[in-house]
Write a protein that binds this ligand. Structure first.
Ligand code: MLT
Length: 262
């Protein structure tokens, strides 16, 4: 489906019935990373999964994509679909957006699933690396970003054993527009820390970590779960940053248990 929301043409799916799960992908990806979970949960839940602005089939305006703006896109989607409050599932950059969303629209959140993500802001060095990559993508296109990001997305064992999966994610990355790449990189670099928010999260929260995540180390996800009152932690074996695809079944089980309890 397509709707113009918050001034942007957003592509999304909205399928199934019941409590809404809103799946938010990371960078530089698309809703395709949630395919196994969408197929599993659509049986018993309403599942909404957008392509964020600048990604997938959504339009890609120029400018910096502040995490708060991306959160406003999601709130416009929730309002348009009349589906709140939602179980908000955010992968990596999708998690940064989830923190911004919870700050701005807590009434729209029934529960949080924080997926291979972190609360801290970028270091000065990290911000510089983002700007360098943004400039390279302006000059060389999405291939520069895919070359840098793809090797970190998977557990080393996945990268060796599942070349077709790696190639399918490369295709998603290469389809990301230059505005989407630069807007998101600069938006992530500018994002504030969410550490102050963590003790004030009052909705049920599940933190999911890939045991071999090269971008957000599992120990950092464990610390994130510790910092949120009552949060649970699910450690996904044989998986890296893209645990939703690398070990899809092992992600679905703890999510299902969590959803049944809330
Ligand atoms: C993502 O998967 O969304 C990115 O790795 C997040 C980041 O670069 O901080």
């Amino acid at each position: 489906m397509i709707a113009t929301l918050n001034g942007v043409r957003l592509s999304f799916i909205d399928e199934g019935q019941g409590q809404t799960i809103l799946f938010v992908h990371g960078f530089p990806l698309s809703r395709a990373i949630w395919q196994p979970q969408i197929e599993a949960f659509v049986q018993n839940y309403r599942v909404i999964a957008p392509d964020l602005r600048g990604h997938g089939e959504s339009s890609a305006p120029a400018g910096v994509y502040a995490m708060a703006t991306l959160a406003e896109d999601l709130q416009a989607l929730v309002a348009e679909r009349q589906c709140g409050p939602v179980v908000l599932v955010g992968h990596s950059m999708g998690g940064y957006i989830s923190f911004a969303f919870y700050r701005k629209f807590p009434q729209s959140v029934r529960a949080l699933v924080l997926f291979c993500t972190r609360a801290i802001a970028d270091s000065a060095e990290g911000k510089m690396a983002r700007e360098n990559l943004a400039q390279r993508s302006e000059q060389e296109g999405a291939a520069a970003v895919a070359a840098q990001m793809l090797p970190k997305m998977f557990a080393p064992a996945t990268a060796i054993a599942r070349p077709a999966l790696v190639e399918s994610v490369r295709t998603v990355m290469l389809a990301t527009s230059i505005n989407g790449l630069t807007g998101s990189l600069r938006g992530m670099a500018a994002r504030p820390s969410a550490l102050d928010l963590l003790p004030h999260i009052t909705v049920p929260t599940l933190v999911i970590a890939g045991e071999n995540d090269l971008i957000v180390p599992a120990s950092e996800s464990a610390a994130l779960a510790e910092a949120i009152p009552q949060a649970q932690l699910a450690m996904i074996p044989r998986a890296g940053h893209l645990a939703s695809l690398e070990n899809a079944a092992a992600v679905i089980v703890p999510m299902q248990e969590f959803l049944e309890k809330i």
